[in-house]
Design a protein around this ligand. Structure first.
Ligand SMILES: [Zn+2]
Length: 304
């Protein structure tokens, strides 16, 4: 996997469209280009090197490496896309669309669309269930009210524009963060079952919602069951740490994030957290390998 020691080295390596395209081909197809419409590897490369044609009788489609990826139909050069992807996947806190716009010399609207499409790339589509000792918790993110922990809040009706996010994190392992509609027992039970393997040790605070899960999980509650567990026990410091990371990114960099886009910001923070052991520079390639799929501007703003 190609690695880059600095942003300068990165820009030098991907200085032309040609270089970007070649790297994308390599990451997407290896040595065997495949038709994005029918999957066949029986394809012909035109002499210009950029365009392919599928040789299958019933297909015959023409395509380039960007077809079927988030880079499809873009007016922006790949050099800028790559740089933006590098910054979002490598930079420890992410970047605001305003900063990125200045950096790339594009409008803020373009940069905003760009960052959301890149966040799609940073999304793990079917993450494995977490296991071992797993801390679970929920918190409000975004909006204007201060970031007090849910259990310390008294008046939920004032939670203007705040969105509830559920999180589960393996000790020394991965985190999953997802938006949930509310904190009813049903929501919490579903969220845990979708993210944590049955039989795991689940550590939570005293929220009663989690108590219904005691048949499927070994449940450790902070404060009360601390002595029952080895490994130093029942605490939720790991997930609390992730929350402060997420909130620093959202409140500190983006200032306000609408609920309909919040899941993507969670995915971005999760990607960086889960790949923190990877060398910074290989995170770019990891992200790039996930480039299939697309998200149009109209889809983003819900016009279609
Ligand atoms: Zn085909």
């Amino acid at each position: 996997m190609k690695t880059f020691k600095s942003i300068l080295e990165f820009q030098k390596y991907f200085s032309t469209e040609e270089k970007c395209r070649k790297y994308l081909e390599q990451q997407r197809w290896g040595t065997t280009p495949a038709c994005p419409f029918c999957g066949s590897v029986n394809v012909h490369r035109f002499p210009n090197g950029r365009i392919f044609k599928c040789r299958e009788k019933e297909c015959r489609s023409k395509f380039s490496v960007t077809v079927g990826t988030i880079y499809e139909n873009t007016k922006l050069p790949l050099t800028k896309w790559f740089l933006a992807t590098y910054i979002l996947s490598v930079h420890s806190k992410g970047i605001s669309s305003l900063q990125l716009a200045t950096f790339l010399g594009v409008t803020q609207k373009t940069a905003w669309h760009l960052t959301h499409r890149i966040r799609e790339m940073l999304t793990e589509n079917a993450p494995e269930l977490l296991s071992g000792v797993v801390e679970v918790d929920e918190t409000y993110v975004g909006g204007k009210v201060s970031n007090k922990h849910v259990s310390k809040r008294k008046d939920f009706s004032k939670l203007d524009n705040k969105t509830m996010v559920f999180g589960a994190v393996e000790r020394q392992g991965k985190v999953i963060a997802k938006i949930i509609p509310n904190t009813t027992s049903d929501s919490l039970v579903n969220a845990v079952k979708e993210t944590v393997e049955e039989g795991s040790i689940m550590v939570s605070d005293e929220n009663v919602g989690y108590q219904q899960l005691k048949k499927s999980y070994r449940h450790a509650k902070v404060n009360h069951s601390a002595k029952q567990y080895v490994n130093g026990a029942a605490h939720t410091n790991t997930i609390e740490g992730f929350w402060s990371l997420l909130k620093r990114q959202i409140d500190g960099i983006h200032h306000s994030v609408s609920p309909k886009h919040l899941q993507r910001y969670c995915n971005e923070a999760t990607f960086r957290y889960n790949n923190k052991k990877e060398a910074q520079d290989s995170r770019f390639t990891l992200a790039l390998r996930n480039c299939e799929g697309s998200l149009t501007y109209n889809q983003l703003i819900n016009k279609i």
